[in-house]
Design a protein around this ligand. Structure first.
Ligand SMILES: Cc1cc2nc3c(=O)[nH]c(=O)nc-3n(C[C@H](O)[C@H](O)[C@H](O)COP(=O)(O)OP(=O)(O)OC[C@H]3O[C@@H](n4cnc5c(N)ncnc54)[C@H](O)[C@@H]3O)c2cc1C
Length: 510
């Protein structure tokens, strides 16, 4: 892999010299590292750099340090397609996932391409130069790098703070209030009464972990979620690996889990009552006799209207059965000095309150896109194949599935970008841009998901469209067909060569 070149400044750069790379990746999390692997494998001759706001690799899997932090989807699908997950646990702890991402970066020599402490704030495209100028804050400086293709792997939420609803009386509480996104590593919860506010993946992970030493843990939820037990270790995957070897065993286990998850998702959409009853009956079997399952574990919405929570080996249910944790389904009237007063009139005494109240969504890591001096308003753009933006050239972003493991989509996005770059290189194109000129395509939310954190900020995100290639298929199998094997020149993607003095007009091909 050749290094970055120093070149004449591009758009907005005047005569200043700025660094130039073929491909610029923003973010060194699970997606950014995977993308770098795909790019350098497909194009050993291309230069690339990763700009990362933090001082470490790993993104989510480094940031979240709360007790018990783990995946809530299996590692055969959360792992990269190109790098088998070799550990026994299919539902893995955060530290192992972080190691996996770091090891991938180290094994591929990707680390050397990462510029840490570079927060990208602005990227502006110049059609005349057919390149991006990307600005990043690095300490007191603003650094600028130009590139031919820009890939945003910046995740989907704010790193500086999570979501905290307004709680009455919160200032009166004399105990500790902790947000899982900023877990104090020295917090001593042994022997303490802990209330975890929330009912999502983080809450159901935290409760059994805290309950190991806490006096008691109460999960306080406004409304229940669907919670499904999964074996922490996947016996079939283990057998496949023994039988077929690590690489092939992993590939088959990955497809097995894709198909099982797809089946569960499709059945949830088509036969919601059947799946609701199935999940409810499984919960009944794991809870103490006479437990009020319908109040605490039977949601008002249908399965997969929001993300399903997985619990490895039923740890949450086991903890409740052991009496170390309980669930309260109620609303908070106010915090008090010693805990929480609920709308039902019940009181929860607490030494520590954990606000597992979610994330604050953030599109494109908060960076402003500009195309030929015009700021891009994201809600006015339409997402092409859930990974590029209408009217924004030579640009892709990675947002994973909400109904399956993130990396399944992340790998496909990288593969598609590699095919796209190969197509352009072989035909001498400098620019590609998705264009929606079909008036019958109507806008839809990018994430078809009713979770609170999505509804709170979805209007700041690009829209999806009602029809292919703008429609957001949340189906891996469909995306394998279209992204890995579909036509690159599909009519919506327009290509052009760089305009020269003798060829002022751009040769756009539909
Ligand atoms: C607690 C938790 C558990 C999860 N569990 C699962 C799971 O089990 N399965 C699943 O499929 N998904 C899960 N997710 C979703 C998860 O975020 C993805 O699986 C995956 O980690 C996303 O990787 P990413 O690299 O795209 O984003 P991130 O992990 O968020 O990494 C983004 C990186 O980009 C950097 N960055 C952001 N903005 C900028 C900027 N402007 N300039 C420079 N750098 C920037 C960040 O610092 C970070 O390093 C979970 C999320 C959370 C919060």
């Amino acid at each position: 892999m050749s290094g970055a070149a120093v070149s004449e400044g591009a758009a907005g750069g005047g005569a200043a010299m700025s660094e130039h790379v073929d491909v610029l990746i923003v973010g060194a999390g699970l997606s950014g590292i995977g993308t770098a692997h795909h790019i350098q494998t497909a194009f050993p001759g291309k230069t690339y750099t990763i700009l990362e706001a933090r001082d470490v690799i790993g993104g989510t899997w480094d940031l979240f340090r709360y007790p018990g932090v783990r995946s809530d989807s299996d590692m055969f699908t959360l792992g990269y397609r190109f790098r088998p997950w070799l550990k026994a646990k299919a539902i893995a702890d955060g530290a192992s996932i972080l190691d996996y991402v770091r090891d991938t970066a180290a094994a591929g020599g990707i680390e050397a391409h990462i510029r840490f402490n570079h927060r990208v704030t602005r990227a502006s495209w110049s059609t005349a130069d057919a390149r991006w100028t990307v600005e990043a804050v690095h300490g007191a400086e603003t650094v600028s790098v130009t590139c031919n293709f820009l890939l945003m792997c910046s995740g989907y939420y704010r790193y500086d703070h999570g979501y905290l609803p307004q709680f009455a009386g919160i200032e009166d509480f004399r105990g500790h209030i902790v947000h899982p996104q900023h877990w104090p590593q020295d917090l001593d919860y042994a022997g303490k009464r802990v209330v975890v506010i929330g009912s999502g993946a983080t809450a159901v992970t935290l409760v059994p972990a805290l309950a190991q030493t806490a006096a008691h843990v109460t999960m306080l939820q406004r409304s229940p979620s669907y919670i499904l037990t999964l074996p922490a270790e996947d016996a079939i995957a283990d057998r496949l690996r023994k039988l077929l070897g690590p690489q092939r065993g992993y590939a088959v286990a990955r497809w097995k889990n894709v198909l099982l998850a797809t089946l569960l998702y499709q059945l949830s959409r088509r036969r919601p009552r059947m799946i609701r009853n199935l999940i409810r009956n499984l919960a009944i079997k794991q809870l103490p006799a006479g437990y009020d399952v319908d109040t605490h574990f039977n949601p008002a919405y249908n399965p997969w209207d929001q993300r399903l929570c997985l619990v490895p080996d039923g740890d949450l249910f086991r903890t409740i059965r052991a009496g170390r944790a309980s669930v309260a389904t109620d609303k908070i009237a106010t915090f008090t000095e010693h805990g929480l007063l609920l709308e039902s009139g019940a009181e929860l005494a607490a030494d520590i309150v954990v606000t597992a109240t979610g994330l604050q969504l953030l599109a494109l890591g908060g960076a402003q896109l500009v195309v030929d001096d015009r700021p891009v308003s994201l809600p006015e753009t339409m997402a092409y194949k859930g990974m590029m933006l209408s009217g924004v050239p030579n640009f892709a972003f990675t947002i994973g599935y909400t109904n399956a493991s993130w990396t399944l989509k992340a790998d496909l996005v990288s593969e598609f970008v590699c095919r796209l770059l190969g197509y352009m290189d072989s035909r001498g194109y400098a620019e590609c841009v998705p264009v929606n000129d079909d008036p019958s395509v109507t806008g839809q939310p990018l994430l078809d998901f009713s979770a609170g954190y999505v509804l709170r900020s979805i209007d700041q995100f690009p829209r999806a469209g009602s029809r292919s290639p703008w429609r957001l298929g949340m189906s891996y199998v469909h995306d394998v067909v279209t992204l890995r094997h579909g036509k690159i020149n599909d009519g919506a993607m327009r290509f052009s060569r760089r305009a020269t003095a003798t060829e002022p007009a751009r040769a756009r091909t539909a």
